[in-house]
Design a protein around this ligand. Structure first.
Ligand code: SAM
Length: 310
């Protein structure tokens, strides 16, 4: 039988005309079609099978559910038949009820999609959400980064440096621990990050040419410096004009054991300390804020300070 005859035959049944009309604007699952038409599942499936056979509708599986829609790639003859079927279905007695039921089913589908978000509104940012994580947000934000040269001072093994190196022109990671530098350099090599260079040195006098980097980062490193003001002045020195400094550190705390446990030299910093040192080094557009607070004792808070070399 030719495809034209097959299509004519498929559309000779009023139920199949109803189905085609229901799929005119929306993709519907078998269950939804069942609910709208009040027909049994096996009847609906048989009709859908026939319509799919002559390429008038297309199906898509999602888990245990199958969705149907009008075939977007239907040829001109099939498209003409579809239009005729939609027109013809309007003359059927069930058409009015079908359209009302369709509206109801679609409204409920929309409501269901909103149930979860309505329930968690107000605490959404604090509850688990599949795929939502600071790590993912970090990657997203990294894409905004232009191709710049970064100095990561007190870099550790390069957790942040490696992330930055995937976007930046060059990253120079400076750390004074021989073992950390060796480990970080080997890891960068293994990960194929040719633009990430580890250098051993002190963050108060980093082995980086003056006026050569666009961004200096001191992430949880400044509280290890013997003289934090000197480290900030050194950062200013290696920046090009217009370059930026970003400091992530702990807000001043009373957890004395941080010195023994983490080798910290300073119990974090007050906002005014950082402000004073940044200003003294020559930074402009200084911005300082608390960006995170831990829920567990000793309730460390993270401070983010930034400034621009004029
Ligand atoms: C807490 S870790 C921070 C690592 C990394 N910046 C991060 O945020 O994950 C501090 C790092 O600073 C290094 N460090 C401590 N004092 C330093 C100094 N005076 N000069 C350079 N690096 C230093 C340590 O070896 C360590 O790797």
């Amino acid at each position: 039988m030719t495809s034209t005859l097959k299509s004519l035959r498929a559309l000779s049944d009023p139920t199949r005309l109803r189905i085609v009309a229901l799929l005119e604007k929306d993709e519907l699952s078998v269950n939804e079609l069942q609910e709208v038409t009040r027909l049994g599942q096996s009847r609906i499936s048989t009709h859908l099978g026939l319509l799919a056979d002559c390429a008038l509708v297309k199906s898509r599986r999602e888990g245990k559910r199958t969705f149907y829609k009008l075939n977007p790639q239907a040829d001109s003859v099939a498209s003409e038949f579809i239009q005729l079927a939609i027109r013809g279905s309007k003359e059927l007695a069930e058409h009015g009820d079908d359209q009302i039921n369709l509206k109801r089913v679609l409204a409920r589908r929309k409501e269901q999609a909103q149930v979860f978000f309505n329930q968690v509104a107000g605490r959404f940012d604090r509850v688990y959400g599949p795929g939502r994580s600071w790590q993912a947000f970090g990657h997203l934000l990294l894409r905004i980064l232009p191709a710049i040269t970064v100095a990561d001072l007190g870099s550790g093994e390069g957790l942040l440096s490696e992330l930055l190196a995937r976007r930046c022109k060059k990253v120079i990671a400076v750390d004074n621990s021989e073992k950390i530098v060796a480990f970080g350099a080997a890891k960068a090599k293994k990960n194929g990050l040719k633009n990430l260079e580890f250098r051993r040195g002190d963050l108060q006098n980093p082995p980086i040419e003056a006026g050569s980097v666009d961004l200096v980062i001191l992430s949880q490193a400044l509280h290890h410096a013997g003289n934090p003001a000197e480290a900030i002045a050194a950062a200013h020195r290696i920046l090009r004009s217009g370059g930026q400094i970003l400091i992530l550190d702990l807000l001043k705390h009373n957890f004395d054991r941080a010195r023994d446990i983490y080798g910290d030299q300073w119990p974090g910093f007050a906002e005014c300390d950082l402000h004073r040192w940044l200003e003294a080094a020559g930074f402009k557009k200084i911005e300082i804020s608390i960006v995170a607070a831990e829920e567990q004792p000793p309730h460390f808070q993270t401070i983010l300070a930034g400034g621009e070399k004029a």
